[in-house]
Design a binder for this molecule. Structure first.
Ligand code: ADP
Ligand code: MG
Length: 235
C-alpha cells in the first residue's frame, strides 16, 4: 500500500528454497515466515546444515528463493530485477563472513573503500570514508597493511569496516567469529552490538555459539529448514 511505512526491515513470507544437485533437487528451507523490525539485533542459530547460511543469503539478496517473498523495508525484492537487487545489496546491506573475504592484494584502506568505488564514488572520497570506518573499528594504524599481515580479529574488523562504509541499514553476519579465539570473538560481538545500539543498524547474526546468540535481543532457531519460535527473546 503506497504511503504506508513498514516498521519491519525484513519480512520473509512463505519462503522455500531448494538447491539443484545434478538431476535432483534438495529442499533446504520449508515455508519460512518471520519478520525483523528495524533496529533489532537477532541471532540465527541451528545445527550445521540446518539452512542458516541459505536463509541469510536470501535475506542478503545473494540468492533468490524457490518460492515465497523477501521484503526489505516493505519492498518485494524477490521479484526485483538483478540490477535492483544489486543496488539494494550495495546500498542497504553490509555482509560479514566467517572467512573475512578480503582481497589479498589490497591493503585495509582499499578493501574498505571497495563498495564505494563500485558505487562510482571518486577514489579520494572513497578512501576518506574508508579511513573513517577503520577509525571506528579501531584500526587506523593498520590501514596500509594487507590481510596477510593482520591477525584474524583485525581482518574481521576490516571486513566490518567494509560492510559499514556504505552506511547500511542492515548488517548480516554469517558466523563472523567462527575463525576467532573466544576473547577476540567477544570483542567482535561487542563491536557489532555497539553499532546496533548506537547507530540503530539492524543486526542479523548467524552463530553456533549460544553464549553469543544470548547477547542478541532475539533468537531464531533453524531446525531442518524450519524456524522454531522463539529460541528465546531478551526484549
Ligand atoms: P548451515 O549454514 O546451517 O550450515 P546451509 O544453509 O549452508 O546450512 O546448508 C543447508 C543445506 O543445503 C546443506 O545440506 C547443504 O549441503 C545444502 N547446500 C548449501 N548450499 C548449497 C549449494 N550451493 N548447492 C547445493 N546444496 C547446498
Ligand atoms: Mg553456514
Amino acid at each position: 500500500m503506497p504511503g504506508v511505512i513498514d516498521a519491519d526491515l525484513i519480512r520473509l513470507e512463505g519462503i522455500t528454497h531448494a538447491y539443484a544437485t545434478g538431476a535432483s533437487t534438495q529442499a533446504v528451507l520449508h515455508d519460512v515466515s518471520f519478520s525483523i523490525p528495524a533496529g533489532l539485533s537477532c541471532a540465527i542459530v541451528g545445527a550445521s546444515g540446518s539452512g542458516k547460511s541459505t536463509l541469510l543469503n536470501l535475506i542478503g539478496l545473494l540468492d533468490e528463493p524457490t518460492s515465497g517473498r523477501v521484503l526489505l523495508a516493505g519492498e518485494d525484492m524477490s521479484r526485483a530485477s538483478a540490477e535492483v537487487r544489486a543496488i539494494a545489496r550495495n546500498r542497504i546491506i553490509g555482509f560479514v563472513f566467517q572467512s573475512f573475504n578480503l582481497l589479498p592484494r589490497l591493503d585495509a584502506l582499499d578493501n574498505v573503500a571497495l563498495p564505494l568505488l563500485h558505487r562510482g564514488v571518486p577514489r579520494q572520497q572513497a578512501r576518506q570514508a574508508a579511513q573513517a570506518q577503520l577509525e571506528r573499528v579501531g584500526l587506523t594504524n593498520r590501514r596500509h597493511h594487507r590481510p596477510a599481515d593482520m591477525s584474524g580479529g583485525q581482518r574481521q574488523r576490516v571486513a566490518i569496516a567494509r560492510a559499514l562504509v556504505g552506511d547500511p541499514a542492515l548488517l548480516l553476519a554469517d558466523e563472523p567469529t567462527g575463525n576467532l579465539d573466544s576473547q577476540t570473538a567477544q570483542d567482535i560481538i561487542n563491536l557489532l552490538l555497539s553499532l546496533n545500539r548506537e547507530c540503530g543498524t539492524t543486526l542479523v547474526l548467524v552463530t553456533h555459539d549460544s553464549g553469543l546468540a544470548g547477547r542478541m535481543a532475539r533468537c531464531l532457531q533453524v531446525v531442518d529448514g524450519r524456524i522454531r519460535f522463539p529460541g528465546y527473546c531478551n526484549q
